[in-house]
Design a protein around this ligand. Structure first.
Ligand code: ADP
Length: 514
């Protein structure tokens, strides 16, 4: 019996003992974890994967870039791979667990300095472990007129980890990678690369001009294992003088088409500038109810029953949550355009005044669309209970007929596995991130199997129609990478070989290496 819960592939226990001793000498013994008890927090996952397949061998928490470099030197010598995490809250995609068994988690949470927030240029430079809460507090304490753009696990997650995963938020700066500017990356051989203008000695334009000179490299360090990102530049939104959130409710399932065709031109023209959401009735109901209280049977909830429940609880079959930003005058002018368009499409437009102050569903959207932190949406996890959640997130055109088609594709597979269609569309600039929360009871082995099969089939059915997901969990990375075709896979392999010949950075991440 090994004293480790897992070992890196091809590394024996005696060699790993020596590597661990070297890691302890670099970061200090308290920052190297390797007992089952100490590693338990890293084994908590919500996806329907067997944790044995993703058990780490250790977790190391360096304090600075120098320690990261020295850790990588040891890794290259012993061929022990590391899986970097920043805040480690990648819920529904694998949380903190590595893609393959035996990797060492490189936990960057101690590198959590907010290096700079520039109130004139509205930029920030943060380290990997900075949380959205920390950045929010920093801005509030200094009374800076700036907004952040948190994703749903906002308070506990962080801008660097979320952005390198290409996550989204809900303000006009919702597409996180688009609003990042400049990275610092530690490469597998220990060299430190600064992207864009950061490569220029003494530059003060790293956070204001993305491209620098020559090939732009930032993208290859997102959803990848080509380097460890240790600093990230962000653009922050200036707090507008006025803000008006609203919801538009539609009564029928097929109304998704009307909702999207109405929102698209307004979004492209920036009259509606933010990454709002279009959520279905079950999403609304699931955030604040338990399934057993609304529908005490096991099978799929019939469409007609969903509509009955929606009416009873005052939510739409589809619900567009979005907002106007600007001055009182500009909002008044745009409000006329927006309300006319939504009303013409059959939607009911409601503001906070119409809804009242105490609607938790409206209030959490109001908050996230202006960069406030809330955990309200975690209510989704009580819908089924049992701690199981996995995001299926295909990309769609922002076109009504397309979202209707995706709804049909998804429902066919979900119904087959008796998994509820708890879904929403995040409004991109020309795309929709179609986000479905596969909620299941993780304590039931047959539910695990069912959820896993369901996701697999969804991937296949969507791929057959040419639809791919924008992000996936640690159990499906190779499959999704393969769906994107052989040429992309080959290019990824070549870059990996050039930058990380020993394969020590996150093997298996996004289907690369491992
Ligand atoms: P969050 O807590 O914001 O959801 P995580 O820290 O869980 O983000 O990171 C999500 C994923 O992004 C990780 O599993 C890892 O694959 C990748 N990642 C996180 N931090 C880094 C980093 N500093 N460099 C490279 N990849 C990273």
């Amino acid at each position: 019996m090994s004293k480790y819960i897992a070992l890196p592939r091809g590394v024996d226990e005696a060699a790993f003992d020596r590597a661990i001793a070297e890691f302890k000498a670099i970061v200090g013994a308290p920052h190297v974890l390797h007992t089952a008890e100490d590693l338990a927090p890293f084994l908590k996952i919500m996806i329907p994967a067997q944790i044995e397949a993703h058990a780490p061998s250790a977790a190391i928490a360096p304090a600075n870039v120098d320690e990261v470099q020295r850790i990588l030197a040891v890794c290259n010598r012993y061929k022990t791979p590391v899986w970097p995490i920043s805040t480690g809250k990648n819920f529904g995609y694998g949380s903190a667990a590595p893609a393959t068994r035996g990797q060492i988690i490189l936990d960057l949470k101690r590198m959590n300095r907010i290096i700079e927030v520039d109130p004139d240029l509205c930029t920030a430079l943060v380290e990997s472990g900075v949380t959205y809460q920390q950045l929010y507090d920093y801005i509030k304490e200094r009374k800076l007129p700036l907004w952040i753009d948190p994703p749903i696990p906002g308070p506990v997650a962080g801008p660097l980890g979320n952005t390198v995963e290409r996550g989204v938020g809900y303000t006009p700066y919702g597409e996180h990678f688009l609003f990042s500017c400049g990275m610092e990356v530690v490469l597998a051989d220990g060299q430190v690369l600064r992207t864009g203008m950061g490569a220029m000695p003494n530059s003060n334009t790293w956070q204001v001009f993305k491209w620098g000179y020559g090939p732009t490299l930032d993208g290859i360090f997102t959803q990848s294992n080509f380097g460890i990102v240790t600093k990230l530049g962000l653009w922050l939104m200036p707090a507008p003088p006025a803000y008006k959130p609203f919801v538009v409710r539609y009564p029928e399932h097929a109304d998704i088409a009307k909702a999207i065709d109405t929102v698209r031109p307004l979004r492209i023209a920036q009259i509606i500038p933010n990454a709002g959401t279009v959520s279905n009735a079950l999403w609304e109901l699931a955030v604040i109810n338990r399934r057993a209280d609304l529908y005490p049977k096991a099978g799929p909830i019939p469409d007609a029953t969903v509509l009955d429940l929606a009416r009873k609880h005052g939510v739409g079959a589809w619900n567009v949550y979005t907002a106007l930003y600007g001055t009182e005058e500009s909002i008044a002018a745009n409000w006329k355009i927006v309300t006319a368009a939504f009303k013409a499409s059959g939607g009911t437009v409601l503001t906070q005044e119409d809804i009242g102050p105490n609607d938790p569903l409206f209030n959490y959207r109001r908050d996230v669309m202006r960069g406030e932190l809330t955990m309200q949406e975690f209510g989704l996890y009580n819908w089924r209970g049992g701690g199981g959640s996995m995001w299926f997130s295909p990309v769609s055109q922002a076109r009504g007929s397309e979202t209707l088609k995706q709804m049909g594709l998804a429902k066919r597979v979900l119904d087959k596995y008796a998994i509820d269609y708890v879904g929403l569309f995040v409004i991109g600039w020309r795309d929709m991130h179609h986000i479905i929360d596969i909620l299941y009871d993780r304590s039931q082995p047959e539910e695990m199997t069912k959820a896993h099969r369901c996701y697999d089939e969804l991937l296949d059915d969507f791929a057959r129609e040419g639809y791919g997901v924008y992000r996936t969990n640690i159990d499906f990375m190779s499959k999704v990478a393969n769906l994107y075709g052989p040429v992309k896979a080959k290019v990824n392999r070549r870059i990996k070989q050039a930058l990380d010949p020993n394969g020590i950075l996150a093997p298996g991440k996004s289907g690369i290496g491992g």
